[in-house]
Design a protein around this ligand. Sequence first.
Ligand SMILES: [Zn+2]
Ligand SMILES: [Zn+2]
Length: 181
Amino acid sequence: MFAHDTVAALVEATDLVNTLRDGADLLPDAAALDTFLVDHATSRSPDDLAGLAAVQALRPRLRAVWTAAGRPTNLAALVNGLLRDSDARPWIVDHGGGWGWHLHVTEPTAPLAHRIGATSGFAFADLIRMRETERLRICDAADCDAVLIDLSRNRSRRYCDTGNCGNRQHVAAYRARLRAG
Ligand SMILES: [Zn+2]
Ligand SMILES: [Zn+2]
């Protein structure tokens, strides 16, 4: 299916978008950004943490990709914008750490927001070329606006994994059935 680095990029983009949802900002400061990068095994330097504002500003642009997922022309324009604005320069590298040969899409010294923007842009480009953009979804729970990337074999995922949306919906459906019965 997708290359391992594509999957990692899609998961990171999903999680980054979901740091701004339901009116709350879960990436408010450098410490939160540091934790986010560690959790996603993204290389980082002190300079990167100073790039917080640019990373925060990337979120609406990434969310727009999810919103446009059913409209190929809009989607392509958004992805091309990400690639262009992040100064993407793809190259193949094996730097150890268990990844094997994989794609890097910016210079190592590029600003963090450029690295994430370009990596996401390439991963989205993969989805488009493989006609898999329906895997970009908004959570089905009525009270949740989180995004998700459905990497399941049969494309059956409906709920995000930011909290407990799947369980909550099942409980609500169960109660509704009890009331109806
Ligand atoms: Zn790498
Ligand atoms: Zn949800």
